[in-house]
Design a protein around this ligand. Sequence first.
Ligand SMILES: [Zn+2]
Ligand SMILES: [Zn+2]
Length: 339
Amino acid sequence: MKAIVFREGSQWAVESVEKPVPGPGEALLRVIQTGVCGTDEHLLHGGFIAKFPLIPGHEMVGEVVELGPGEANAVVGDNVVVDNTVLCGKCHACREGNDLFCENFGSLGCNMPGGFAEYVVVDSSKVYPIGDLDPDVAVFAEPTACAVHGVDILNLTPASDVLIFGSGPTGLILSQLLKTAGAARVTVAAPTASKLEVATALGADHTVQVDRNNPEAASAALREIAPRGFDAVIEATGSTAVLELAVSHTRTGGTVLVYGLAGENDTAAIKPYEVFSRELTIKGSYAQVHCLGRALFALQTGRVRTEGLITSKLNLDTFDQALANLHDSEQIKTIVSSR
Ligand SMILES: [Zn+2]
Ligand SMILES: [Zn+2]
């Protein structure tokens, strides 16, 4: 079968590889399409939990075409989305109920074969039938699951005033989920005007354009919206400069959520005295486990909408463009079809 393969040294190619065979309890999916994510590029360069050679792609929609021997929790013919996490259930973290931090954490598309291929094998207990949901909506199930986990971590107080830095797929999904989780007002701040228009169309109350060369102007606009700061501020860009800005726009007693993926060795300047004297809470949100079902429900019920999020549709042979799109600020989500 055809697959994208990442190799050591930031190398990748479209390759012909063996079609996988489902083992006991597993399902073979014919991949319909898979979303491209900034994490894919981190993985290409050996970041996050990359293990080479790697078939990337962790945001997949597929059709169940074959089941392995024995019992299975999937039905041949169903279109499904996949919880791409593989948890050992045996390590200390798993036994303590902290399986997000499984010491043997597996993740399809990160350190195990993923969806940028014609077929993928998955644990049949990790598939979620999507019924007649459009695959162009269902393909957002995994990023929405990560956002659901972020909202769980944030644990908002009802009628909160929330600011999100970042208008990538995550920021645009979070801005909607937060409304179902207690935010009375959501403000999105980001550099690209076209993405802020999408944020507004999807229900953001305010948007503020951030000029990277003149962040003071954005700060002034944010202070006009929330003079004493926001109850919660989410950093969804991975930029340490933005994290520093996020702290300054958090109200006294408020919470900062670090959601964006920064470089492993990046550091940000945060004043301990400010955290102390203003009793700030700084939280982190890392990946997800067990959130796929709620994510799919939010997409099915329309509480999370995806109009305007897909800005490019490619296939395995044009994957180079998918990587290039990650550096095009006008692009929001690229989808790669495996058909
Ligand atoms: Zn992702
Ligand atoms: Zn474990």
